[in-house]
Write a protein that binds this ligand. Structure first.
Ligand code: GAL
Length: 843
C-alpha cells in the first residue's frame, strides 16, 4: 500500500533536503565576495574532474574533500567526452555529469561548473571534439560563425541539462558559479581584433542562458560585466579584478603540476601551497580553488599534450588513487579551519595593510563591532624574522604567514606543519594464473597464462587507401586512433644513387610527431620519439634493401593531441616529410610518391573479445614489436587501490575487462638530472621541485576497483615496441606508517581554538581506515630528533621516556593526542627548543 499523500510529500521533501536541493538560493556578488542568500561567503574550493575517477570513487573523494575543509567542488565539462560524434551525446558512467553534481550536492557542498567548452586541462585537444575541426569554414576560439554556433549549442545543452535537473542554486541545486571560455586572455593577442568581439559575444551568450548564478572568465582582464574575471596561477595575491564591484576569485591554485611521459615528477611543497593560499586571503581574496584537489587518471585516450602521462596525480591533496596525501591534505585542512575562524572579519571589510619591516606585512580585517583578524607575512625567502604587532612580538619563519583570528594569538603558521605525515608502500599482490588455481605472484605468471595476437606490420585492412604525397595525421584519422600507417613500395635495381653499396641506404623521415616506428620489409629498423618540449621527430636510420620490391612501412603514433596555446587545434601530427632514401652519391625523395594509408590497427577493429583469435603456444613471443597480449587474473584481495606495474613493457595501451586504463609507457625515462632537493621557500614554478630523475616517468597505472569483478578478469595489452608481459605485476597501495614532528613552538591544534583546552602543541596520529588501530610505535623521541618520516633519528638531547609515553597513549587506539611539553616528557635539556618525533604503524 502506498503511503498517504502527505507522508509521500514529506518523504520527498526529506530526500530533497538531503540532496541540498531544497530551497532556491540567490547567488550574486559584490566587491568583497560571492553573496549566497544575502550573506558574503569565504569559500574554499577544489577541482575534481569527474571522468578522471569513477562514479564508485566519487562519494569517497567528495567526503574527503569535505573533511579537508572544502565548500565547493570545481569541475570542467569535457565536450569531446559527451559528444564524441556530432549530435550524439553520452552521459553514461564516468561521463555522468548530473550524477557527479548530485553526489557533490548530497555531501552538502557547492559546485563551480566550468563549461568552457574550451578547457585546456591537459585533456585531448583541450576538450574540443575533433569533428569540430572538420566543419567547413570553422576557426576555433574567435569571432567565427560556425564555431560560435557549435560553442553556443553545446554550452546551452549543458545549461539546459543542469536546469532540467534543478541543479543551479537559483533552483535549489548546488551550482553557485559557472565559467565560460578558459584563459583566453593568455592567447587573445594572437587572434587580432576579432578576439575582443569573440569575448564579448561569449559573455553575452553565457549571460543569456539565464542560469541565475554568476559567470566567470579566468585570466581575462577585459571580461565584460557582469562576468567576473578571475585569476589562475601559483600565486594570486597580487591580482585585482577589473571592477571594484567584483570579488577577488582564484579559479586555479596549482597544487602541484602535471606529468609528461619522458618528464620528471613535479611536486609542490605544502608549506609553499599554504603560503600562497594564506597570502591570497591576507590580501583580500574570498574564493580560492585548488587545481587539482584530486587529479586522478587520464583513462583511455583522454590525455592531452602531446605526451601528457596517464597519471594526472598532480601532487594533489588527494592522490591519484583516492588516498589523502599527508601531510599536504591535513596541513591545508588546518589552514582552512584557520581561515574560517577569520570569516566574519574577512567578509566585512577590505584589509588594512601595515608594513612591519622590509618584506614583512600585516593585514588587518576589523569590523565596526570590533571583530578583528590578522595575517602576518614574512615574504623574505631566506631569513626568519621577529616582528612586533599591536605590542606583542611574533616569530615569523621565512616565506610564511601566521593567521591570528583575534588579532592576537597565532592559530596557524603556513611553515609549521601540525598534521601527521604518512608513508605508503606499493605491495605486490598475488593473483591467480589462468591455468592453475594456486595463488602465485602475477610476476610469475607462467607463459602459458598469456595468449597473443600479432598485429601485422603495414597495411592489413581493406579500408586502406592510396594518396599521392604525405598526409597530415589528425586530418587523416580524425583522431579515431593513435595510429596511422604510411606504406610505400620502392623498387631496387642495384644501381640507384641512393645506395651506399648494393643494398644499404639511409632512411630519413621527418614527422610533426609524436612517435614514429619504421619497418623495412617487415623488419623494425628504428623509432623516433618526440618529447613535450619538441614533439617533432627526425629519424635517420640505416636500412637494408633487397633487389626488387621493398616495402617501407612507417607507423606514426600520436600521444594525446595538443591542448594549449594559440591555434593549438592546428598543430598537426604525423609524417609530413620529407621522407628520403640517402646514399653515397644521391638521394631520392619519396615524399610526393604514391603512399598507402591505414587508419588504426587491425586489432582495434577486431575488438579482441572473440577468444578464438588468441594464440596460446609454449613459447610466448617477447620483446618484438606490435603484439597484442591477453591474460586472465583474479581480483586482488581486499579494498586497497590497485595498480599495474608495467615493468618489462615499453609502450602501449591496456584494457581491464574492456575498460581502457590508458596509455602505458614505462620505457620513457625522465632525464638524469634536475632533481636536486627543493626548498619550499621562494617563488615556486613548475620545474622547481622535481623527482624521479633517470626513472620511468610512470611505472604504476591505476586500475579502479570498479573495473575489476569478483572471479576471473581479463587484461589485454597492446605492446608497440616490444616487451615482456610476464614481468608485469599487480600492486596495491597501503599506508604503512604515520608520522608526526611537532616542536614546542608549534601552535596548538586549530581545533583547540575557542575551547578551554590547554593551548599547547599536540602531536596527533590517526589511522586512515576506521577498522584500524595503532599497532606499534616504531620511533619516538623528545628532544632534538632529526630526519623525515621513515628516517627519524635521535638527537644529542633525548629524553628517556618518550617511547613508553607514546606507546601508552597510542597503541591500541584508532587515534591519539600527545602533548608536546616538558610537563609530560620532563626536560632532557634546558634552554633548548625541543621537539617530539614519532613514527607509528596501523593494522
Ligand atoms: C591552466 C589551464 C588548466 C590546466 C592548467 C595546467 O592554464 O586553465 O586547464 O591546463 O593550466 O595544469
Amino acid at each position: 500500500m502506498a503511503p498517504p499523500p502527505l507522508l509521500q510529500f514529506l518523504l520527498l521533501l526529506l530526500l530533497c533536503c538531503d540532496l541540498q536541493l531544497c530551497a532556491a538560493a540567490n547567488v550574486s556578488y559584490d566587491h568583497r565576495a560571492l553573496v549566497v542568500d544575502g550573506s558574503r561567503r569565504v569559500l574554499i574550493s577544489g577541482s575534481i574532474h569527474y571522468p578522471r575517477s569513477t562514479p564508485e570513487m566519487w562519494p569517497d573523494l567528495i567526503d574527503k574533500s569535505k573533511d579537508g575543509g572544502l565548500d565547493v567542488i570545481e569541475t570542467y565539462v569535457f565536450w569531446n567526452l559527451h559528444e564524441p560524434v556530432q549530435g550524439q551525446y553520452d552521459f553514461e558512467g564516468r561521463k555522468d555529469l548530473v550524477r557527479f553534481v548530485k553526489t557533490v550536492a548530497s555531501a552538502g557542498l557547492y559546485v563551480h561548473l566550468r563549461i568552457g567548452p574550451y578547457v585546456c586541462a591537459e585533456w585531448n585537444y583541450g576538450g574540443f571534439p575533433v569533428w569540430l575541426h572538420f566543419i567547413p569554414g570553422i576557426k576555433f576560439r574567435t569571432d567565427n560563425e560556425p564555431f560560435k554556433r557549435e560553442m553556443q549549442r553545446f554550452t546551452a545543452k549543458i545549461v539546459d541539462m543542469m536546469k532540467q535537473e534543478k541543479l543551479y542554486a537559483s533552483q535549489g541545486g548546488p551550482i553557485i558559479l559557472s565559467q565560460i571560455e578558459n584563459e583566453y586572455g593568455n592567447v587573445d593577442e594572437h587572434y587580432g581584433p576579432a578576439a575582443k568581439t569573440y569575448i564579448n559575444w561569449s559573455a553575452s551568450m553565457a549571460t543569456s542562458l539565464d542560469t541565475g548564478v554568476p559567470w566567470v572568465m579566468c585570466q581575462q582582464s577585459d571580461a565584460p560585466d557582469p562576468i567576473i574575471n578571475t585569476c589562475n596561477g601559483f600565486y594570486c595575491d597580487q591580482f585585482t579584478p577589473n571592477s571594484n564591484q567584483k570579488p577577488k576569485i582564484w579559479t586555479e591554485n596549482w597544487s602541484g603540476w602535471f606529468l609528461d611521459f619522458g618528464g620528471r615528477v613535479p611536486y609542490r611543497p605544502v608549506e609553499d601551497l599554504a603560503f600562497s593560499v594564506a597570502r591570497f586571503f591576507q590580501r583580500g581574496g574570498t574564493f580560492q580553488n585548488y587545481y587539482m584537489y584530486h587529479g586522478g587518471t587520464n583513462f583511455g585516450r583522454s590525455s592531452g599534450g602531446p605526451f601528457i602521462s596517464t597519471s594526472y596525480d598532480y601532487d594533489a591533496p588527494i592522490d591519484e588513487y583516492g588516498i589523502v596525501r599527508q601531510p599536504k591534505w591535513g596541513h591545508l585542512r588546518d589552514l582552512h579551519k584557520a581561515i574560517k575562524l577569520c570569516e566574519k572579519a574577512l567578509i566585512a571589510t577590505d584589509p588594512t595593510y601595515t608594513s612591519l619591516g622590509p618584506n614583512l606585512e600585516a593585514h588587518v580585517y576589523k569590523t565596526s563591532s570590533g571583530t578583528c583578524a590578522a595575517f602576518l607575512a614574512n615574504v623574505n625567502s631566506n631569513s626568519d624574522a621577529t616582528v612586533t604587532f599591536y605590542g606583542k612580538t611574533y616569530h615569523l619563519a621565512a616565506w610564511s604567514v601566521s593567521v591570528l583570528p583575534d588579532c592576537e594569538n597565532v592559530v596557524f603558521n603556513t611553515a609549521q606543519i601540525i598534521s601527521q605525515a604518512t608513508l605508503s608502500e606499493t605491495k605486490y599482490v598475488k593473483t591467480y594464473s589462468q591455468e592453475s588455481d594456486q595463488p602465485i605472484f602475477t610476476s610469475e605468471i607462467t607463459e602459458s597464462g598469456w595468449k597473443y595476437v600479432q598485429e601485422p606490420v603495414g597495411i592489413s585492412k581493406t579500408s586502406a587507401f592510396k594518396r599521392e604525397g604525405l598526409l597530415e595525421q589528425i586530418n587523416t584519422t580524425g583522431d579515431v586512433s593513435d595510429y596511422l600507417w604510411y606504406s610505400i613500395s620502392v623498387n631496387i635495381t642495384g644501381n640507384e644513387p641512393f645506395l651506399f653499396n648494393e643494398t644499404q641506404s639511409i632512411l630519413h623521415v621527418e614527422s610533426l610527431g609524436h612517435v614514429l616506428h619504421a619497418f623495412v620489409n617487415g623488419q623494425s629498423t628504428g623509432s623516433g620519439i618526440g618529447n613535450s618540449d619538441n614533439v617533432n621527430v627526425l629519424l635517420e636510420t640505416t636500412v637494408s634493401l633487397v633487389p626488387g620490391k621493398n616495402i617501407i612501412d612507417l607507423l606514426s603514433v600520436t600521444v594525446g593531441l595538443q591542448n594549449y596555446g594559440p591555434f593549438f587545434d592546428l598543430s598537426g601530427a604525423g609524417v609530413t616529410g620529407p621522407v628520403l632514401l640517402k646514399g653515397q652519391s644521391g638521394r631520392i625523395d619519396l615524399s610526393s610518391n604514391l603512399w598507402t594509408y591505414q587508419i588504426g590497427l587491425r586489432g582495434e577493429d577486431l575488438g579482441l573479445s572473440d577468444s578464438s583469435i588468441w594464440i596460446s603456444q609454449d613459447v610466448l613471443p617477447k620483446n618484438s614489436p606490435l603484439i597484442w597480449y591477453m591474460t586472465d587474473f583474479d581480483a586482488p584481495a581486499g579494498n586497497d587501490p590497485v595498480a599495474i606495474e608495467f615493468t618489462g613493457m615499453r609502450k602501449g595501451m591496456a584494457w581491464v575487462n574492456g575498460e581502457s586504463i590508458g596509455r602505458y609507457w614505462p620505457a620513457y625515462l625522465a632525464p638524469q638530472t634536475g632533481c636536486s632537493l627543493c626548498n619550499y621557500r621562494g617563488a615556486y614554478s613548475s620545474d622547481k621541485c622535481l623527482k624521479n630523475c633517470g626513472k620511468p616517468s610512470q611505472t604504476l597505472y591505476h586500475v579502479p576497483r570498479s573495473f575489476i569483478q569478483p572471479g576471473k578478469n581479463k587484461l589485454i595489452l597492446f605492446e608497440e615496441m616490444g616487451g615482456d608481459p610476464t614481468k608485469i605485476s599487480f600492486t596495491t597501495r597501503q599506508t604503512t606508517s604515520l608520522c608526526g614532528y611537532i616542536s614546542e613552538s608549534h601552535p596548538a591544534p586549530v581545533d583547540a581554538w575557542n575551547t578551554a583546552k590547554n593551548q599547547v602543541p599536540v602531536l596527533h596520529l590517526e589511522c586512515p581506515y576506521s577498522r584500524q588501530v595503532i599497532s606499534s610505535v616504531k620511533f619516538a623521541s623528545f628532544g632534538t630528533p632529526s630526519g623525515t618520516c621513515g628516517r627519524y633519528e635521535h638527537g644529542k638531547c633525548r629524553g628517556s621516556s618518550a617511547l613508553a609515553i607514546v606507546q601508552e597513549a597510542c597503541v591500541g587506539a584508532k587515534s591519539c593526542d600527545v602533548e608536546v611539553s616538558t610537563k609530560l616528557f620532563g626536560d632532557p635539556c634546558a634552554n633548548v627548543s625541543k621537539s617530539l618525533a614519532v613514527e607509528a604503524a596501523c593494522s
